[in-house]
Design a protein around this ligand. Structure first.
Ligand code: F6P
Length: 328
């Protein structure tokens, strides 16, 4: 006998990403399509603890498919890491008549959902929302495609001034401890070198590569550095190191920061968000719980939440080889 689901809660948690609003819209509209009520929970798990809820009908998500950020806001909640906090949250959900929860976020958010389910048997479903693309069980997380295009556009602009002044730029990009953004945008923007945590290039090889670029006639260079890179120097220290060892280089640094998290989601992210929202709600209605919905071989697929949390997304070795060849 399937548990009767009359009302589904949805929240966004962790770092926001473009496409989260499109996913919220999809969850709300899929609930309405199936005559299920939907409750928006503000500020992630912290809002669940405080009972910061809002009834959401299909019209409440008008004109947000193209908006970056999240209308439900996001937060990281230390209180939800405590049993007391989770008890308050559970009591609030029951009082509001919520029967299941859709969590849009990263692996940290899914860990909270998993613990909550284990403690209360409360049905949970995850939608991968982070620009890092570091979640196992999906080829794309929500916001990743948009972030790639944002970063490539910015690096193209930086290249204009690098060329004009014959400069070397170190450009730091986000990704927490994954190099997916750095590797793909480095190739897309024609960077001479890409530093990622998954492959330690080392300082000597970096200098050699820059020397080779110079000798091959390149008068300006771009090095894309993943924020989690393990070379052992910050981008500012890399600047100093190169200036000391290669005085012929005029070096500058750009740290792109949180602009990578904003902006109107790409069409890809809007479609992905719409597909994942439908799958998340309909999986709950089929009596499923503790899964993450994701995209695998362009098909929407379910991955057990535990695997999504514990799994690791490998860097594409073929892409590494392409980036080496492109910097010839
Ligand atoms: O996880 C998404 C992300 O943007 C990472 O790429 C970055 O390291 C982190 O969030 C920044 O966190 P905060 O928004 O708390 O500064």
């Amino acid at each position: 006998m399937l548990p009767k689901i009359n009302k589904i809660g949805v929240l966004t948690s962790g770092g926001d990403s473009p496409g989260m609003n499109a996913a919220i819209r999809s969850v709300v509209r899929t609930c309405a399509f199936h005559s299920i009520e939907c409750i928006g929970i503000y500020r992630g798990y912290q809002g669940m603890i405080e009972g910061d809820f809002k009834e959401m009908g299909p019209r409440s998500v008008n004109n947000i498919v193209n908006k970056g950020g999240t209308i439900l806001k996001s937060a990281r909640s230390k209180e939800f890491m405590t049993a007391e906090g989770r008890k308050k949250a559970f009591d609030n959900l029951k009082k509001a008549g919520v029967d299941a929860l859709v969590v849009i976020g990263g692996d940290g958010s899914f860990t909270g959902a998993e613990v909550f389910n284990k403690e209360y048997g409360f049905p949970v479903m995850g939608i991968p929302g982070t620009i890092d693309n570091d979640i196992f069980g999906t080829s794309h997380t929500l916001g990743y495609d948009t972030a790639l295009n944002t970063v490539v556009e910015v690096i193209d602009k930086i290249r204009d001034t690098a060329i004009s002044h014959n400069r070397l730029f170190f450009v730091e990009v986000m990704g927490r401890d994954a190099g997916h953004i750095a590797l793909n945008t480095g190739i897309g923007a024609g960077a001479e070198e890409i530093l990622i945590p998954e492959e330690d290039l080392g300082l000597e090889r970096l200098l050699e590569s820059l020397k080779k670029s110079k000798e091959s006639g390149k008068s300006s260079s771009i090095v894309v550095v993943a924020e989690g890179d393990k070379i052992g120097k910050t981008v500012f220290e890399l600047k100093d190191y190169v200036e000391e060892n290669m005085p012929e280089y005029d070096v500058r640094v750009s740290v792109l920061g949180h602009m990578q998290r904003g902006g109107s989601p790409s069409c890809f992210d809007r479609v992905l968000a719409s597909r994942l929202g439908v799958k998340a709600v309909e999986s709950i209605l089929e009596g499923k719980s503790n899964f993450m919905v994701g995209l695998l071989n362009d098909k929407v697929a379910l991955t057990p939440l535990e695997q999504a949390i514990k799994g690791h997304t490998e860097i594409d070795k073929e892409l590494l080889r392409v980036s080496d060849i492109m910097s010839t």
